[in-house]
Design a protein around this ligand. Structure first.
Ligand SMILES: O=c1ccn([C@@H]2O[C@H](COP(=O)(O)OP(=O)(O)O)[C@@H](O)[C@H]2O)c(=O)[nH]1
Ligand SMILES: O=C(O)[C@@H](COP(=O)(O)O)O[C@H]1O[C@H](CO)[C@@H](O)[C@H](O)[C@H]1O
Length: 327
């Protein structure tokens, strides 16, 4: 692991327990806080998440100023359930209608900037099964107490839960198979971000409003890379929120998600590459697993070599009475 990454991990990683609500309330001052849930067909789970935030962080202590659910073309009762739980609900396509209609989660999150008023914005997926309001207070901690932090990512254990079947560490499939390798190869200073695709994160409006939002499922990778490009590694913090259980998509659906994430990575390589020469990819891949004392980082070298065409190998050519290098 690069020493800069180890140093960043030590300085910029905390846990949700480090940020008790009373401490945040004391630090809030006049800072307005919005919680945003992008939701497409989440009637089964959106209500409990909204109710937990409202009860704990609006009614019990006045920390959160608004809870906004962006209804992302749901075909079920997401909007009604969210409203009944106390959220303000906006239809994705009704926000900034003159800007036309693009699609996916990134569109919902981009539109949320125009539908909210918070100085700080906390994004929470609406399909979480074991949500607690400490997700929100954890993400707000670094932003309310350190002006040098602009963006906070959640990290957590991610089991793959399918009915009664639970595979510890089996979740975050696109993270482990696509996003983490891409980040380690091309943006090695971001290798310490444990859950780059996690759907729970927060940022300052003053930062978010000057960044582009990739539509679809490219939004998390796009924002992480653009925050890094815009403000540097030290503007990013991460908070251990414990564990995350959510509704899983099929492998086929995650194939499409992977394509969107690869396109987001390519667009940043191409764009940032125009500003500075692309560096050779790093061959170190760092992965994380929770251990007794926190997260253990394991770095492996994924370098590959290359053998020449066999026909150019003298022993091979001689054994077949052919001249070496004949094409
Ligand atoms: O077009 C979309 C797709 C997804 N989502 C929401 O974005 C979050 C994450 O999406 P999903 O659960 O499909 O992704 P996964 O967690 O499976 O990667 C959820 O709250 C979705 O309802 C959305 O608002 N619009
Ligand atoms: O992290 C991942 O690999 C994917 C899929 O997770 P699972 O394999 O279904 O646990 O989930 C995330 O990726 C999406 C794209 O960035 C985010 O939008 C989701 O919020 C997040 O759950």
């Amino acid at each position: 692991m690069l020493p800069e990454v180890a140093s960043w991990l030590a300085r910029r990683t905390s846990t949700a327990e480090d940020w008790p609500p009373r401490l945040l309330l004391a630090a809030k001052g006049g800072t307005r806080i919005s919680v945003v849930l992008p939701a497409r067909d989440e009637e089964a789970t959106v209500g409990a998440i909204v109710a937990a935030v409202r009860t704990d962080l609006v009614e019990r202590i006045p920390l959160v100023d608004e809870i906004v659910v962006v209804d992302s073309r749901s075909a079920d009762r997401t909007a009604a359930v969210a409203a009944a739980a106390g959220a303000e609900v906006v239809a994705q396509d009704a926000v900034l209608p003159r800007r036309g209609r693009m699609s996916g989660k990134g569109e919902a999150l981009w539109k949320s900037l125009a539908a909210t008023s918070g100085d700080l914005i906390v994004f929470v997926d609406a399909d979480l099964r074991e949500f607690t309001s400490s997700y929100v207070t954890g993400l707000l901690g670094p932003l309310l107490t350190d002006p040098s932090v602009g963006y906070v990512k959640g990290c957590y254990d991610r089991p793959l839960v399918d009915g009664d079947r639970r595979v510890e560490g089996g979740g975050g499939r696109v993270t482990e198979l696509v996003a983490r390798p891409l980040i380690n190869l091309h943006w090695p200073l971001l290798a310490g971000v444990m859950q780059p695709l996690g759907g729970e994160y927060a940022g300052r409006r003053a930062l978010l409003e000057r960044l582009p939002f990739v539509t679809g499922y490219g939004v998390e990778l796009g924002l992480l890379l653009d925050v890094y490009q815009d403000s540097g590694l030290d503007a990013i913090a991460q908070v251990d929120l414990g564990r995350r259980v959510h509704k899983h998509q099929s492998t086929e659906a995650l194939g499409a998600m992977s394509g969107q994430i690869m396109l987001a990575a390519w667009s940043r390589l191409e764009r940032h590459g125009r500003m500075m020469p692309l560096e050779a990819p790093s061959t170190a891949l760092t992965r994380f697993r929770r251990g007794p004392g926190g997260h253990d980082a394991r770095t492996t070298d994924v370098a590959v070599g290359e053998r020449p065409p066999m026909i150019e190998v003298p022993e091979y050519a001689a054994a077949r009475s052919i001249s070496p290098g004949r094409r």
